[in-house]
Design a protein around this ligand. Structure first.
Ligand SMILES: [Zn+2]
Length: 257
């Protein structure tokens, strides 16, 4: 039965969008995090981008303009974390909303101590809704392109939230590929998260972004963006997590330099 559904889905799926050579070369030049990829990996990423462009829908808002080059930059960094996991890991959502810069969202804040609920505006550079859109600030994408090894990458960060949400719980524990132990993952991440939170509480200068102390799901998302943009930071502050991220993202491949 499931096999039949899968076959029907495959037949109904849109054909991958062909990516012209000049546009692909321009994307490789624009995205510094793609530089370490081998020729084979680049071709596999190009194929994933073709699927991404066919399956996802871009919605520029607030005067944002998106051309093919910008759409492909977003596709390339969105597909980079699933280069070895596969396109299926980007399932369950379709829309990418792109703002020109930071955007405001109205949020309710619950004070755990007093129980008081207040409403206020949060200013965000990215957001991922479960089974809903991926929301990005183009200005921050440009910042990441210009300064690729600072430890930030808003696209990879939001895709990490999407991977985390695949099992229905936004808790910093994504579904794990075959051969990975959930118990081992949870133990190592909990130890590293507790240590990071304690360092941030003490006012210490942490190597990883202090924002990662916000919650376990933010810790996971920050680790993923750091893994691609400044992996040495993870080996410095949370060395126990480096082999786990290596196995999660690219079992069998070398750790990025
Ligand atoms: Zn986040």
């Amino acid at each position: 039965m499931f096999d039949l559904i899968r076959r029907l889905r495959a037949r109904l799926a849109p054909a991958p969008r062909p990516i012209p050579d000049d546009l692909w070369q321009a994307t490789l030049a624009a995205c510094p995090l793609l530089a370490p990829l081998s020729a084979d990996e680049r071709e596999r990423l190009r194929a994933l981008c073709g699927l991404f462009l066919a399956h996802k829908r871009y919605s520029p808002v607030q005067g944002m303009t998106l051309d093919d080059a910008r759409c492909l930059v977003i596709a390339a960094y969105a597909c980079l974390p699933v280069l070895d996991l596969g396109f299926d890991w980007l399932r369950g959502w379709r829309e990418i909303i792109v703002y020109p810069g930071e955007f405001r969202v109205r949020r309710e804040h619950h004070d755990d101590h007093t129980g008081v609920v207040t409403e206020g505006d949060d200013v965000l550079i990215g957001e991922a809704w479960e089974r809903g859109p991926l929301i990005l600030s183009w200005a921050d994408i440009e910042q990441d392109l210009a300064d690729p090894h600072a430890g930030y990458n808003v696209i990879v960060h939001e895709i990490a939230h999407k991977l985390d949400m695949l099992d229905g719980a936004t808790d910093g524990v994504p579904p794990l590929p075959a051969g990975m132990e959930r118990r081992e993952w949870i133990g190592a991440f909990q130890r590293a998260y507790d240590a990071h939170c304690a360092a941030v509480d003490d006012g210490a200068d942490t190597v990883l972004d202090p924002y990662a102390a916000e919650s376990p799901d933010e810790f996971f998302a920050v680790l993923c963006e750091t893994w691609y943009s400044a992996p040495a930071q993870i080996r410095d502050e949370a060395p126990e997590l480096a082999p786990l991220l290596q196995r999660f993202f690219h079992a069998g491949r070398l750790v990025p330099a």
